[in-house]
Design a protein around this ligand. Sequence first.
Ligand code: ADP
Length: 381
Amino acid sequence: MSTPTQQQVMDALATVNDPEIKRPITELGMVDSVAVAEDGTVSVHVLLTVAGCPLKDTINRDVTAAVTAVPGVTSVDLTLGVMTPEQRAGLKETLAGGQAQREIPFAQPGSLTKVYAIASGKGGVGKSSVTVNLALALAAQGLKVGVVDADIYGHSVPAMLGVADARPTQVDDLIMPVPTSSGVSVISIGMLKPRRDQVVAWRGPMLDRALVQMLADVYWGDLDALLLDLPPGTGDIAISLGQHLPSAEVVVVTTPQEAAAEVAERAGTMASMMHQRVVGVVENMSFLTLPDGSTMEVFGSGGGDRVASTLSQRFGYDVPVLGRIPLDPSLREGGDAGKPIVESDPTAPAAVELRSVADKLAGRGRGLAGMQLGLTPTAKF
Ligand code: ADP
């Protein structure tokens, strides 16, 4: 077999994306040198953005696989280096694409990214679980999805996505969102703290700065959808978000319980006061299917309908119930294990319902024809 050309190797390297930036390493100035020897040995020197890049093993594996696949390559000699400050500055300029720093890309008039803020009146209703599952369901449709965990009280989203201990890579003052195995990228307010166990005792201006940092200083690339997990209630983050991203659409999560519904209405009304549109209500923990197939309304009933009709009346437009998610131990287990239910148990009724909510949000309401209902023989509802 003939010796491969330098161009063939470069073409192969162009298929390798940086796992955080999600663009070809050849475009990012990461391929420092390529040399092809007569015997088919290819030497590649790749520059990492920062020393100790947590994803260097991924880059190593992907580069080796891509180059090995070029016909005529007999072995790959890959060495990794680190960009100089000048090279990093060049990379930052490439990524910024001429945009001034500290601008929120999603707030620009031409932005094509749909931003959904997931809100609730109180904690523990499943807002974070809904956020991560919707994110994964949207990503499974082929969309590029980012998640901002702005819940200062819980910041449980990274753990639910299986990246509990990850810290974002920083290229000077540009922060890379943390990639996850499902393709969704995430940044959490918890990742901005100096230490993991530190309590976030931030108030107005600090929280505002943290939110802007997560939106403007993080390199999100071209996202189709960005989901924000808001803290419960009507606090400072919700106000900041309204000021910085009035175009965000709000999804209100509630349980069927009367008391939960009442506070959820307040969270929805708050969004409207900030000129954001409430696109719908997700009722979570709606019922439990018992082994005999009957259902039990553990948290009562009617909360979702109540929030939807109150908000519809208050705002003068239709705020629908987008879905009713049953109680399901595998939903909790999936969250605890870092594998949300839409991925870990996709045919479970809760997963099917979450996917249907994602379909509605993506404006892809599919007909029933040809659609898998995902009902198990014991589930009769
Ligand atoms: P929030 O973000 O509103 O505080 P979480 O999403 O963290 O709520 O959920 C609180 C707990 O309830 C988590 O342990 C989660 O796994 C569990 N949970 C949420 N929704 C369900 C459900 N439908 N079935 C079973 N467990 C659930």
